[in-house]
Design a protein around this ligand. Sequence first.
Ligand SMILES: Cc1cc2nc3c(=O)[nH]c(=O)nc-3n(C[C@H](O)[C@H](O)[C@H](O)COP(=O)(O)OP(=O)(O)OC[C@H]3O[C@@H](n4cnc5c(N)ncnc54)[C@H](O)[C@@H]3O)c2cc1C
Ligand code: FES
Length: 260
Amino acid sequence: MKEEYKIKLVSKEVLSPTCAVLTFYCPEIAETAVPGQFVNLSCHFFLKRPFGIMCVDKNEKTFSVGVRQVGKGTEQILEAQEGDTFTVLGPLGNGFPFDDVKKLLLVGGGTGIFPIYFAAEYAREKNIPCHVVNGYRCKNDAFLYDRFSCVCGQFDVTTDAGDLGVHGNVMAYLSSVPDEELTDTTVMVVGPGIMMRKVSEWAKAKGLTCYVSLEQRMACGIGACLVCVCKIKAEQEGKEFVHKRCCKDGPVFLAEEVIW
Ligand SMILES: Cc1cc2nc3c(=O)[nH]c(=O)nc-3n(C[C@H](O)[C@H](O)[C@H](O)COP(=O)(O)OP(=O)(O)OC[C@H]3O[C@@H](n4cnc5c(N)ncnc54)[C@H](O)[C@@H]3O)c2cc1C
Ligand code: FES
């Protein structure tokens, strides 16, 4: 059973009227979290809400999450002020596997850019060459732009509006990457389902290993309620697929095993 911690909000960086980076003091999570893991954060409603970890600071003993308002829970979380207390479960989930990664292509979209940032920082720490491609709606939505520019060797963006980077979605950029640049590359993607599916089809066609982080709706976050199940191919078990819990068995899965 994961421990629940009482934590304090130590800083709030407002990115837009509906989005902010929240940083909490929590030595246990700062010390142990790896990219791709998430936390389940309390709000005024019964169920905690899941957020991918955006970064940790082991010296300050903090972790941060980027939160976008979509409903009542995120609205209330974003109203919090420095000094307010929350309860949190975490770090939860499996995280991205970095052991055999020689070269990394990270692809982010929507609130997926927050956990992607953690992966980019981690790659820098491990001296893994890293190229990030983020898809944004428009220039005003290009959160963490400066930070990504500093943290990875190559940073490219696409915007639906066409007012920053390549016009279109991330596929508009990826489909122009020459095959020579992709040798030995592992792909990790976090974003809307349709984006992860398209990127994983592209990666498969290029013969690249690709991991996706599935952001299913969740309740308990610890594998007990089965709200978050997804279908994962299971040929080796003699079945077409098995159900896996995104919160406990994931949220990171090998893209080619996911039944979308
Ligand atoms: C592993 C994981 C990591 C996540 N990381 C982040 C993150 O870094 N930053 C961030 O802002 N959000 C993240 N989310 C999504 C976040 O958890 C939801 O937006 C939040 O729980 C919604 O709570 P609410 O009470 O505001 O909205 P609700 O009132 O519960 O729902 C409002 C609307 O949002 C939709 N919604 C709720 N949860 C999800 C979900 N998981 N996926 C898609 N749509 C959803 C509902 O269908 C509904 O349309 C993550 C989700 C998961 C599962
Ligand atoms: S959220 Fe309860 S099993 Fe995953």
